[in-house]
Write a new protein. Structure first.
Length: 368
């Protein structure tokens, strides 16, 4: 792993017994001694601490920053209130998804967080089309997730108790400005915290000293987000999927849709607005395998036990510890997307039953 980058928390990961693996150009912890199942359950019942410093952090400055960003995303950025955050999508001219991202209005600028695997491409995309683009290279990003996240973080930063889901705030911790959002990627209540590199390890140690908090790796992060029905870019959504196909219509506000005051004006608008009006031909759905065998990414789906041609495929799958059963997401034709529809997935040459299920697999616990 000699050519891989390391976050500023690399030494702390080794000290806490992490197993390191390559991920999106970084050496990242996949699990700690507690193991993936234990880490998953701990996050669901107490509080888990994640290093997500490999993700891209970018500031967009200028009086027209929101209007400019709207030329790249089918989302209402100009209407985003100060101190609030919103999910967004970069789209291409064909209506496909280049990446999903979070956008926060921090008063005199926008703060954008993009996926690690797309970081370089996303920053180049913004620099090519926007002004006032400032990539941040001196801050770590950590996430504290779970029902005890507020209790733990409030010991260090009391002001977080006033925050609601998707609020953002700059709060002081020991003389350091923390950029905090009440959000995450687990389906649990929690926070994402941007902290200067030079202070990140100290903050993490202060949190890990608390009984409620344990370090969590990429393995549990994946099972947590899968139970929450959240997309992983490059798998569940790609340049070949439109927002409607990805079941992400909720992310496109009325003002950017046909008939809205700022209709269109983003890449792929013709295809995306057509999908919104007419419906897509396929849809991302939840899937519950009916045997104990997990159906993982790439598993072909069939309409019958002896059908010839696949009608879709699994894009994410594994065991859901909180569900107590295998869970998957994938794409199927709209005609076969109704909850309860029985399909078949081919695992090691055998057609096994799988049922279309509602998402998320486990209700979210966000603090509204």
């Amino acid at each position: 792993m000699t050519d891989l980058n390391r976050t500023c928390l690399y030494d702390l990961h080794l000290e806490t017994g992490a197993k390191m693996v390559p991920f999106a150009g970084y050496e990242m912890p996949v699990q700690y001694p507690m193991g993936v199942m234990g880490e998953h359950t701990h996050t669901r019942t107490k509080a888990g601490l994640f290093d997500v410093s490999h993700m891209g952090q970018v500031i967009l400055r200028g009086p027209d920053a929101a209007a400019q960003l709207e030329t790249l995303v089918p989302v209402n950025i100009q209407g985003l209130a100060e101190g609030r955050q919103r999910y967004a999508l970069f789209t291409n001219d064909q209506g496909g998804i280049l990446d999903d991202l979070m956008v926060a209005n921090r008063g005199d600028h926008l703060f954008v967080v993009v996926n690690a695997a797309c970081k370089a491409a996303d920053i180049a995309h913004m620099q090519a089309h926007l002004t006032g683009v400032e990539p941040i290279t001196d801050r770590a990003l950590i996430a504290l997730q779970g029902p005890d996240a507020e209790t733990a973080l409030a010991r260090l930063v009391p002001g977080v108790t006033d925050m609601r889901f998707m609020d953002v705030a700059t709060l002081d911790w020991d003389g350091t400005a923390l950029w905090i959002s009440r959000s995450g990627y687990t389906g649990e209540d929690g926070f994402e915290i941007s902290v200067p590199d030079t202070r990140a390890e100290r903050l993490c140690r202060a949190l890990l000293e608390m009984d409620e908090v344990m370090p969590i790796g990429l393995g549990a992060r994946d099972s947590l987000r899968l139970e929450a029905g959240l997309c992983l870019y490059g798998h569940d959504i790609t340049t070949d999927t439109t927002p409607s196909e990805g079941n992400l219509n909720w992310a496109i506000q009325k003002i950017r849709r046909t008939g809205g005051a700022r209709e269109g004006g983003f890449p792929g608008a013709e295809r995306i607005l057509k999908d919104l009006a007419d419906g897509p031909s396929r849809l991302r759905v939840g899937l519950l395998p009916q045997t104990r065998a997990p159906m993982r990414e790439g598993t072909p789906l069939f309409a019958s036990a002896d059908g010839d041609a696949p009608i879709g495929a699994i894009t994410s799958g594994g065991f859901g510890p909180s569900v107590g059963a295998p869970i998957s997401m994938g794409y199927v034709p709209v005609a076969l997307s109704e909850i309860g529809t029985k399909l078949f997935g081919e695992v090691r040459g055998k057609r096994l039953p799988v049922t279309v299920a509602p998402l998320p697999f486990r209700p979210s616990t966000y603090r509204k």
